[in-house]
Design a protein around this ligand. Structure first.
Ligand code: AKG
Ligand code: FE2
Length: 224
């Protein structure tokens, strides 16, 4: 008889992933964003962490803004460097597997119509930043939901590098998120301006975006 893999259940009978996904969905309904500490399953964090350590620093590229012809490299806005994640590595495939489950859950629960996902590792050397920005522009129907997680064990308050999520266009104070290992942040891409403050240490994150399908005439719009 084929072995059946037992998926751990939380007390309420949901899988551990489903319990977390339910909390994220509730946060998105109530406030449009979700900040969950220690949320990414440790198996995925540790794989991503190990994989990121092995990445040769020369495969990172300077981050730019926009896509295709709109792509600009501007130090005025951001000074991090990035490396896109694929399912080719074990770590990438675990992460993409998990985000696919989240995507399915949110589509069922919130009818978001999320269609594709793209994500990258980002390295912010000491002093690097990403100024206040939106991940998507209203009406351009592209990035719908942003997700970020951190690969920085032992990050302390004096290390800086917080993600600041602003509640709206007018908010100047924002909510500061310490980029600590295991924290997961998700927010509606068109609604929340945010920025990355400079850190005193190397800061590693994974940032991803779920998109809706903007294909025209059966030609599928590529993620990037
Ligand atoms: O690393 C972070 O905390 C967020 C990065 C970000 O805002 C982005 O890549 O668009
Ligand atoms: Fe962003």
């Amino acid at each position: 008889m084929a072995a059946v893999k037992r998926i751990p259940k939380a007390n309420d009978g949901n899988t551990i992933d489903e319990t977390l996904f339910g909390l994220i969905a509730d946060d998105l309904v109530n406030q449009g964003f979700s900040i969950r500490h220690g949320a990414l399953p440790d198996d995925i964090s540790s794989s991503l962490y190990a994989h990121q350590l092995e990445l040769n620093s020369n495969i990172y590229v300077d981050a730019g803004i926009g896509r295709g012809d709109d792509y600009l490299k501007t130090e005025f806005v951001r000074t991090d460097e990035i490396c896109w994640i694929t399912s080719d590595s074990e770590a990438g495939s675990k992460w993409v597997g998990w985000t696919t489950k989240l995507q399915r859950f949110l589509n069922q629960r919130l009818f978001l119509g999320l269609f594709s996902f793209e994500s990258h590792f980002a390295h912010y050397p000491p002093g690097a930043y990403y100024k206040r920005h939106y991940d998507a522009f209203r009406g351009q129907a592209n990035r719908v939901l942003s997700i970020v997680t951190y690969l920085n064990p032992g990050w302390g308050p004096s290390d800086g590098g917080e993600l600041v999520v602003y509640r709206d266009e007018k908010d100047r104070e924002g909510i500061k998120v310490v980029p600590l290992y295991g924290t997961v942040v998700a927010f509606l891409s068109e609604e929340f301006p945010h920025e990355v403050l400079p850190a005193t240490r190397d800061r590693y994150s994974v940032a991803g975006w779920f998109r809706v399908n903007t294909s025209i005439n059966n030609s599928i719009d590529p993620p990037r």
